[in-house]
Design a protein around this ligand. Structure first.
Ligand code: ADP
Ligand code: ZN
Ligand code: ZN
Length: 816
């Protein structure tokens, strides 16, 4: 009797593959265990067991597996159900979901490159013979393919050896080399163990009787310990008046001990519950959420910026983990985790785990295993969207903070899922509750919350009853006419900045474009330098004196003559953050201006560094792109300035007005979070524009009603579900033909609106031409699943046409 297993491979394959196993393996294997299997020509992949059976495959002869990699399932049935849903809803293969869900270290394959770690010392670690052979080979070769390890060890079962070397930190995988996330470390001081007991204290005082300052320092330490109830940082100790020299002396005497902890992995002895109470308004919202959860699985908390939503989440999380269930807290942006982790760890102690793609493989593997085991160390998991894929045992609650953020949607590669929507499905599988939080909910979310699908709770008051910021519009058309502009700053904006800085407050300025100028123009012939590979103009960077493509990274030195007519009369047009920063340096030469955008945060921890310096008030004026709008908390921001509201409004996208509203309200929310009322200055050519007026009066409902009306008229969500099909090819004509063919077949067969094939605003990237087709499926009725199946079938026949096969097709369900 033969034995078989169905295995999903981390590849874009339409179906799982069948492999042969022996009887013992058959008895041992369970759904969710990994197996190393051969696939294609001489390749090894890490596959996942889906099912077992005894029916040989019809079309091919099943190969044997190489080996079993797990002693127990690493992936749960609930996860597999969830992945299946993602694959079918977002129209991709299960293998693609599997690949993106698992930490890389779980998915070793023959092409994976391994390298040695320079900080590893073989003398301190026990290596087995096999491990040593690999280690030795890496001393002479900079990298090895997993496949090459097979020949070094002269056997097929090598993945366990590699896994052990990873666990011993002796090697790392290629993908980690580029940028390994290293959270900031903090220096802590504690007493050496023997002095911890009370009776030792007098002895210690005795020892220090002739060192008054050191005695005081120890007393100070005890006092701080009693009042702070947290590990004592060196910083707190020095702030309390103990000098660095005294600390050092005590360390040298082995009385104090220094130790370092990463900021977001701080270990607390036990939850040092920094108790706080909810304000009456917060308490009311909290009660309403709980009542709502009796009826509804999903509830929206619509609370204005700085209303204290986080505190409500914390109290709610506390109740859920008290019942023994797990909690997932999703954030739109990795960079926000540090702030939150500090806040949650102070409250929940060691029960908080962090999971995101910038953590090393080791850390991700560790968290995965803790979550799978239902460990106390991972009762609350904080993460960006990929945390959704962890092997939760018993999830009770998912909190999705800033649910309107478009970063919850994965753009590339597949699965192109929306973490909010996928989280709601996951919660459903666990019978868990979902709390969505935002000051500016997405239109679809608000629609669901006001049409009975989700519960709805509002919080309309800032914590501490701080008044929401005052919003002042500046008409720059008028300012230009009356010559009241210096560069891109109106006199009013300059005065406001001057006054804010004078009062010791900080300033945030928002400009939604990076670089110095989005394009350069020849004043003689009108030529604008374009990227040779993409259909976009090159952005001018003054500091580097270069032109750069934001789509493919192509860059050249800034030309002195026009490439077309050789004229030297070149002019820069439009403005970005770099230009604003330069103008600030001349307007406020004695102040520290800084810029936060993709260009300055690219390096290691660039983002955290800037945020830390701003928090520490080393920066007076921070200029940035939409990165500034993402739920950051600063206490000392007196004003926010938006330099040009118009370029957010006029984007060719049905969500442009919704986004512009969200962006402006969120950036405005950074002003005046503690104490005084903040001010927000918005420069615009269109002060009477509806969206600008809605921002000024904080009229979310007004914005929503108007947008909903438009969405209804033009067949957009929530009334229609969109599926965008993108076709790419280097050959313009071939692409045009194929797109037309696909469009014709779709529109003839589906019987619903199909739009296109359209040349998008940017119709060529990296030398590939682009065409898009949009399918609109009515939300009313139940045709969604059937329509997706029909589209997949049509795409199947499209790929069967030989001349269309090289055209790359991607599908995006619910594009953002
Ligand atoms: P939101 O996320 O709604 O914008 P936050 O949760 O960040 O607002 O709260 C804004 C500020 O108010 C934070 O500095 C927070 O620490 C403080 N705060 C909110 N609620 C409380 C509370 N109940 N007790 C003490 N401080 C609070
Ligand atoms: Zn020219
Ligand atoms: Zn380019």
């Amino acid at each position: 009797m033969p034995f078989f297993i169905e295995v999903v491979l981390p590849l874009s394959l339409p179906k799982p593959f069948t492999y042969a196993v022996n009887e013992a393996e058959y008895a041992f294997l369970q759904t969710g265990m990994r197996v190393a299997v051969p696939f294609g020509r001489n390749k090894i992949y890490t596959g996942l067991v889906l099912t077992k059976h005894q029916t040989p495959p019809q079309l091919y002869e099943a190969k044997d597996i190489h080996q079993i990699l797990d002693d127990f399932p690493l992936v749960t049935q609930t996860q597999l159900d969830h992945w299946q849903w993602i694959a079918s809803y977002y129209m991709c293969s299960l293998g693609e979901v599997y690949k993106s869900a698992m930490p890389g270290a779980f998915l070793l394959e023959s092409e994976t490159l391994i390298t040695s770690r320079p900080d590893f010392n073989a003398e301190n670690e026990q290596l087995s013979d096999d491990e040593y052979l690999v280690y030795e080979a890496l001393q002479t070769q900079s990298a090895l393919k997993v496949q090459e390890v097979v020949s070094i060890l002269n056997k097929k079962t090598i993945l366990p050896v590699i896994n052990r070397l990873i666990a011993k930190n002796a090697i790392s995988l290629q993908e980690e080399i580029n940028e390994k996330y290293k959270p900031k470390t903090i220096r802590y001081i504690r007493l050496q163990g023997e002095f911890l007991k009370q009776e030792q204290l007098s002895e210690l005082m005795e020892v220090l009787s002739r060192a008054q300052k050191q005695r005081d320092a120890v007393m100070q330490f005890f006092q701080l310990q009693a009042s702070v109830k947290k590990p004592i940082t060196a910083k707190i100790l020095t702030e309390a008046g103990v000098t660095a020299a005294v600390i050092k002396a005590l360390v040298d005497k082995n009385i104090f001990e220094e130790y370092y902890l990463e900021e977001d992995r701080i270990q607390f002895d036990n939850a040092t519950n920094t108790g706080f109470g909810l304000s009456p308004k917060q308490q009311q919202a909290f009660n309403e959420i709980k009542t709502s959860f009796e009826q509804k699985d999903v509830t929206l908390l619509h609370g204005i910026t700085s209303s204290g939503k986080t505190e409500i989440y914390i109290k709610l999380i506390e109740e859920f983990i008290a019942t023994g269930r797990q909690v997932l807290y999703l954030l739109p942006e990795i960079a926000l985790t540090t702030q939150l982790v500090v806040r949650l760890t102070a409250y929940f102690g060691n029960q908080v785990a962090v999971f995101h793609s910038k953590y090393s493989n080791n850390e991700r593997v560790e968290t995965w295993q803790q979550v799978l085991a239902g460990s106390e160390k991972a009762k609350v998991v904080i993460g960006a969207r990929s945390a959704l894929f962890l092997p939760f045992e018993d999830l009770g609650l998912i909190v999705i903070d800033e649910e309107h953020e478009q970063t919850f949607k994965q753009v590339d590669p597949a699965p192109r899922y929306h973490a909010r929507d996928a989280a709601i499905v996951l919660a459903n599988l666990h019978k868990a509750k979902v709390l969505l939080g935002s000051a500016t909910p997405g239109i679809e979310t608000y629609y669901n919350a006001t049409h009975g699908k989700y519960g709805y709770v509002t919080l309309r008051e800032r914590f501490g009853n701080v008044t929401p910021p005052e919003i002042i519009l500046i008409d720059i058309k008028d300012k230009y006419k009356r010559k009241r502009m210096t560069g891109h700053f109106s006199d009013e904006m300059i005065d406001a900045i001057t006054e804010t800085l004078y009062n010791g407050k900080q300033v945030i300025l928002f400009q939604n474009r990076r670089g110095f100028s989005p394009w350069v123009e020849c004043m003689t012939c009108g030529h604008v330098p374009q990227c040779p590979q993409c259909d976009v103009s090159l952005t001018y960077y003054k500091y580097k004196n270069a032109l750069r493509c934001h789509y493919c990274g192509y860059n050249i030195a800034n030309p002195t003559n026009c490439h077309k007519c050789h004229s030297t009369d070149l002019n820069t047009k439009g403005f970005g953050t770099e230009q604003i920063e330069m103008e600030l340096k001349s307007l406020f030469p004695n102040k520290n201006s800084w810029r936060m955008d993709q260009d300055t945060t690219r390096g290691k921890h660039g983002y955290e560094k800037i945020i830390d310096s701003f928090k520490n008030k080393e920066i007076d004026i921070l200029v940035g792109t939409q990165m500034l709008a993402k739920g950051l908390h600063f206490d000392n921001v007196g004003m926010v300035g938006i330099l040009n509201a118009d370029n957010m409004l006029f984007q060719p996208d049905f969500r442009a007005f919704e986004r512009a509203y969200q962006m402006m309200v969120q950036v405005a929310g950074r002003a005046g979070r503690k104490g005084d009322r903040g001010k927000v200055f918005i420069q615009t050519y269109n002060p009477l524009h509806n969206v600008i007026q809605q921002v000024t009066t904080n009229d979310y409902e007004g914005m929503y009603k108007e947008q909903l009306y438009e969405r209804h008229n033009f067949k957009y969500p929530p009334f229609y579900r969109l599926i965008r099909i993108t076709l790419k090819h280097r050959d313009y004509e071939k692409l045009k033909d194929s797109a037309l063919w696909l469009y014709n077949v779709l529109s003839q067969n589906l019987g619903i609106p199909v739009l296109g094939p359209e040349e998008p605003g940017i119709n060529r990237i990296r030398n590939e031409y682009i065409r898009t087709i949009m399918v609109k499926i009515p939300s009313a009725g139940n045709s969604l699943g059937a329509t997706k199946k029909a589209i997949e079938k049509i795409l199947g026949s499209f790929e069967a046409v030989p001349q269309y096969r090289p055209v790359r097709v991607t599908i995006n369900a619910d594009p953002y």
